[in-house]
Ligand binder design. Structure first.
Ligand code: KG4
Ligand code: ZN
Length: 336
């Protein structure tokens, strides 16, 4: 009888080309990420055409490196998990084609994975997921509260009605002209400033779990423009701290309300913004006070990586959810 499950994960939905080998859904044998952030920095955001070209250039080397680092060969693998969507179509296709090629030539099952399921399953490296749980998903494209009653059973409790929180971070960084991607830079800057600008907290309906960040973003833009017109200088560190204080307060408060409303005792956090120091400490404090079990992935598993795809794919594989080679990239894939 086979004792272990060995899955190769591949992720290429945006501007990271990544491959990873994971054993039994939680032991990471290798985790290779080739980031294109430096390339897109000059444009202030991801340029889809440039992203797909770069994925094509590096995908084979990235997979090769992940296999070598894990000391495994293709015949050792039980499955190949690949991000099928959502994401940039040209980027997704590159990872999917690579996965299909290996699957076909070595006769290894192909396992499609939803990008957000991947982010959530990055928590499998930290903890055993206990259901029901609530996942707070905060990334460049998503801001969602999701109830999970079992593996791969997702129910949306709320989501952003406009900008994703990471997107708001990136836009504010652009207004402050501090670089790209903006999230980590604002986070860093915020630690040197104070919440002096008193920006709005956008609650919407306090008893519902949807979010809105475009009003906050506009408040920052207006503040900067008005100061410029008046010839006043902005204290960038204080503005970063004020912006972060608003974001963290709303995310933390709404998440605590959702945990209470659904009587859930396990919170997992997922996505690039889970790396945010202010959010991490606010959630740690709030969950501790309420006796909630909190899991936040290590920094390297918060932003896009393929270990998370392999972890989510392992559960799919064990549930028999494998696919034929006819599947396509799905830029708007729904989490179901
Ligand atoms: O999950 P991710 O790598 O890609 C998407 O699936 O979107 O998230 C990227 C987002 C970017 O908007 C980036 O600015 C943000 O996560 N981010 C952060 C931090 N680190 C990354 N935002 C706030 N604080 C951070 N420390
Ligand atoms: Zn992501």
């Amino acid at each position: 009888m086979k004792r272990e499950t060995l899955i190769l994960g591949i992720e290429s939905s945006c501007d990271e080309t990544a491959a990873s080998v994971v054993r039994n859904g939680h032991e990471v044998l290798s985790n290779i990420v080739a980031s294109q952030a430096d390339i897109h920095q000059q444009f202030g955001g991801v340029v889809p055409e440039v992203a797909s070209r770069y994925h094509v250039e590096v995908i084979t080397a990235v997979i090769d490196k992940a296999m070598k680092k894990a000391h495994v060969c293709f015949s050792d693998l039980d499955g190949i998990a690949v991000c099928q969507g959502p994401g940039l179509v040209g980027s997704l296709i590159v990872g999917l084609q690579a996965a299909k090629a290996i699957s076909f030539s070595h006769g290894i099952p192909l396992i499609p994975v939803h990008h957000i399921a991947g982010h959530i399953y990055a928590n499998a490296f930290e903890t055993t997921m206990q259901f029901p749980l609530i996942a707070l998903v905060v990334s460049g494209g998503h801001t969602e509260l999701i109830l999970m009653t079992d593996h791969h059973e997702f129910e949306y409790l709320g989501r952003t009605l406009d900008d994703a929180v990471g997107e708001a971070y990136d836009k504010v960084a652009r207004i402050l002209d501090i670089g790209y991607p903006g999230g980590p830079l604002i986070d860093q800057l915020a630690t040197t400033g104070f919440d002096t600008y008193h920006l709005p907290r956008i609650w919407l309906d306090k008893n519902r779990f949807d979010f809105s960040f475009s009003g906050l973003k506009s408040a920052v833009i207006n503040l900067v423009h008005n100061a410029k017109q008046r010839g006043e200088t902005i204290d960038a560190a204080n503005l970063a701290a004020s912006f972060q204080a608003s974001v963290v307060e709303v995310l933390t408060e709404k998440t605590m309300r959702a945990l209470e409303a659904y009587d859930v005792k396990h919170l997992v956090v997922a996505g690039g913004v889970a790396a945010n120091s202010g959010l991490r400490s606010a959630l740690t404090e709030a969950t501790k006070a309420r006796g909630i079990n909190l899991s936040i992935p290590a920094f390297k598993y918060c932003t896009d990586n393929a270990a998370m795809i392999a972890a989510a794919g392992t559960v799919n594989f064990e549930q028999g959810n494998i696919s034929d080679l006819g599947i396509d990239a799905k830029p708007n894939l729904k989490l179901s």
